[in-house]
Ligand binder design. Structure first.
Ligand SMILES: C[S@@+](CC[C@H](N)C(=O)[O-])C[C@H]1O[C@@H](n2cnc3c(N)ncnc32)[C@H](O)[C@@H]1O
Length: 300
């Protein structure tokens, strides 16, 4: 993707259908993998239209200002910026989550962890009338807010080392109608956490430091390094969480984590060394090991 904005040649104004076709064509020429989808996302966002508008009213006029915005967005995308960074939001488990430079762009892989613990959150809420969730390294708030949106009796605390991420998570809670059940706390893993939780969850940074430079530019240049860097072997956060979580688990409480696809055995061993047994695991849509749930072997 080497083209720059100067080559775009978008007309000064036009129709929605023509703008969509041109955006798709430019993205396709630049080698974007799914130009139709990305053109639609960008055009809808910057023209404030919907998919239905494009289907039902392709002749709808688009003014010069909107065309300029779409052209600029296509230029940024062709220069390598991920489409959701340009949009400033990404959908996660049906929620629209705003992004900031301090937050990871939430990935569909992380929905695997939500799917794995959702039955536990519902079961605990049904038995206890509430379910207290701790989301360590909450970023946009993705994991906690998805569960809050699905389990009305649940309440959550989202922690992060980044104050800016916490502000984004809080904003996302407001946008998605969960703010009354969501608190944020600045903490390095469990250092500043108080109280007991039924579910302690995390998608921590799990890339080995040396591997970060080998990641796709769309990841290494746009996701914050604090959301990626798991230390020399990628496992440092799991050690901190396994060491600290037992002080904050209710009786029968569970710890759920996302892992890298090749970290299942190593993460199980870390939790086992702190007295946990593996309760269940799950693979992502690509069939790779992705999420694990632990309980204290002695029942907590
Ligand atoms: C992989 S991202 C996950 C973000 C979000 N939970 C998600 O799944 O999209 C890891 C998060 O951990 C946070 N983090 C990094 N080091 C931390 C630490 N020592 N204590 C707490 N959070 C930390 C990062 O700022 C980042 O938001």
């Amino acid at each position: 993707m080497t083209q720059n904005r100067g080559d775009m040649n978008f007309p000064p104004a036009g129709t929605l259908g023509a703008l969509l076709r041109l955006a798709k064509q430019r993205l396709g020429e630049a080698g974007v993998e799914d130009p139709g989808l990305e053109a639609r996302l960008l055009v809808e966002h910057f023209t404030a239209t919907t998919r239905t508008d494009a289907i039902a009213s392709p002749e709808r006029p688009v003014d010069a200002e909107a065309v300029r915005k779409v052209e600029a967005a296509i230029g940024r995308r062709i220069a390598g910026e991920p489409v959701h960074r340009i949009l400033g939001w990404r959908e996660f488990y049906g929620l629209k989550l705003t992004l900031s430079p301090a937050t990871l762009e939430p990935r569909p892989d992380t929905e695997t962890l939500v799917d794995l613990v959702l039955p536990d959150a519902r079961r605990i809420a049904a038995i206890r009338g509430r379910c207290r969730i701790l989301d360590l390294g909450t970023g946009t708030g993705a994991i906690a807010l998805a569960l809050l949106s699905l389990v009305p009796e649940a309440e959550a605390v989202g922690t992060d080392i980044s104050q800016e991420a916490l502000e984004t998570a809080r904003r996302n809670a407001e946008i998605n109608g969960c703010a009354a059940r969501f608190d944020v706390l600045k903490s390095s893993w469990l250092d500043s956490v108080d109280g007991l939780f039924d579910l302690v969850l995390s998608n921590p940074p799990y890339i080995a430091t040396e591997e970060i430079k080998t990641l796709e530019p769309s990841v290494r240049e746009h996701d914050p390094v604090a959301s990626l860097d798991g230390g020399p072997d990628g496992l440092e956060a799991y050690r901190a969480i396994a060491a600290g979580a037992h002080c904050h688990l209710t009786a029968g409480g569970l710890v759920g984590v996302e892992t890298g696809h090749d970290q299942k055995a190593a993460v199980a061993a870390i939790f086992a060394s702190h007295g946990y047994r593996t309760v269940k695991t799950a693979r992502d849509l690509g069939g790779r090991d992705r999420a694990m749930v632990f309980a204290l072997a002695q029942g907590g």
